[in-house]
Design a binder for this molecule. Structure first.
Ligand code: GLT
Ligand code: MN
Ligand code: MN
Length: 388
């Protein structure tokens, strides 16, 4: 029997801000004691994670002196070595400080835009010095409540210029780091720019160095917009842009919940895990989630273990799906292809187009054919419910 025990090979990571979340929300104060970065590394090491990610200020407070920063970073490095953890990803906090109330790279204030660039360069230095290979950009406050005060084309231009500038910076410093853009439709702004993974993918194509930039889709963010997350991930994968993934859960139409992976919609979590495992995604499985506000410190550990355990259970279910003869028989029936249409498909050729235009189809017969998706889906449900 699979023990569902996480190991570094599974590439499970958490942010300092996830297990370290003290349970503050817009209506209530923190309910848990703050944990230091070193305590968090220890907790994650004990739980079996592979890595830990951070925003610059999760690790080094924004007003730390250089001496304090050296001390914090060296304690953190030691904890990583002691616990066998690495830092696969880093990012910048461009949303907590009041300076960013109108956004960072897209603020109407040029001083704020310049400060955001400065802060990000320093944060990239910090991330790279700890070995991060992926650098995430989540435009937390790059958006609007009212469109009365922002030129939307300027905002896109400023965001583009910032990313081009930072790609230049990372190259100049010879950092082996790639950027990953994370979309979110809303919260904390009324509307956040480039609200979906698809919008990010289109935007990347307009940048100077698109090869350096991919996406970091998050389950909850696509679900907040009522979209199918696995479809977004598939498009990113197809484009060669799935550099990172944020796993959590979310009921549609709610506030930004960041629930434990699989806490809300097991079925969509299953199709996601199945997709990632089927294609051989080799990057981090990052849990960007936090424990319920009702949790105490012990329950936070259960939260972290639960994210990884659910992933591993779903990975096993995906293997069962592949090995299940009845499921495979139905799939074979659904995707049956006798090759008769091969001569019409693929690349355009004049002759091929002419032949296809002249071919006679039995349209009524095409319309009579059903697909046994009910039977197949019921088998998936039974598999997930553990009765297969
Ligand atoms: C914040 C946000 C996440 C982003 C993090 C990276 S911060 O928790 O809700 O989705 O991934 O900036
Ligand atoms: Mn989120
Ligand atoms: Mn995220």
């Amino acid at each position: 029997m699979n023990s569902y025990r996480p190991s570094p090979a599974h590439r499970f990571t958490f942010g300092l801000w996830t297990v370290g979340n003290p349970g503050r929300d817009p209506f209530g104060l923190p309910v848990r004691d703050a944990l230091s970065p070193v305590q968090i590394v220890k907790l994650l090491g004990d739980a079996g994670a592979y890595g830990v990610n951070f925003h610059d200020n999760d690790l080094v407070p924004v007003d730390a002196t250089p001496a304090q920063e050296r001390r914090i970073v060296s304690d953190f490095r030691k904890a990583l070595a002691d616990c066998g953890l690495c830092v696969p990803m880093a990012t910048t906090n461009l949303f907590s400080d009041p300076a960013f109330r109108d956004g960072a790279f897209t603020s109407n204030d040029p001083k704020v835009r310049a400060y955001a660039l400065q802060k990000t360069m320093r944060a990239i230095d910090l991330g790279a010095s700890l070995g991060a290979k992926v650098y995430v950009f989540w435009g937390g406050r790059d958006g609007t409540e009212t469109d009365a005060g922002k030129n939307l084309l300027d905002a896109q231009k400023w965001f583009r210029e910032a990313l081009n500038f930072l790609c230049g910076y990372a190259r100049d410093r010879k950092y082996a780091i790639k950027f990953a853009l994370e979309a979110k439709p809303n919260e904390p702004r009324g509307d956040i720019f480039l609200p979906t993974t698809g919008a990010m993918l289109a935007f990347i194509a307009t940048l100077d160095r698109p090869e350096m930039i991919g996406v970091n889709p998050e389950v909850a963010h696509e679900h907040m917009a009522g979209l199918n997350f696995t479809h977004a991930v598939a498009q990113a994968w197809d484009a060669g842009k799935l550099f990172h993934v944020d796993l959590n859960d979310q009921a549609p139409g709610r506030y930004d919940q960041d629930f434990r992976f699989g806490a809300h919609n097991i079925k969509s979590a299953f199709f996601l895990v199945k997709f990632l495992e089927d294609v051989g995604y080799a990057g981090s499985r990052h849990f960007d989630a936090h424990a319920y506000r009702t949790s105490d410190a012990e329950d936070v550990k259960a939260f972290a273990r639960g994210c990884m355990r659910t992933y591993l259970i779903l990975k096993e279910k995906a293997a069962q799906f592949r090995a299940d003869p009845e499921i495979q028989r139905l799939l074979a029936e659904i995707t049956a292809d006798d090759g008769a249409m091969d001569r019409f498909q693929g690349r355009f050729e004049k002759k091929k187009a002419a032949a296809l235009k002249g071919h006679k189809f039995d349209r009524a017969a095409l319309g009579r054919r059903g697909m046994p998706y009910e039977r197949l889906d019921q088998l998936v449900v039974e598999l997930l419910l553990g009765v297969r």
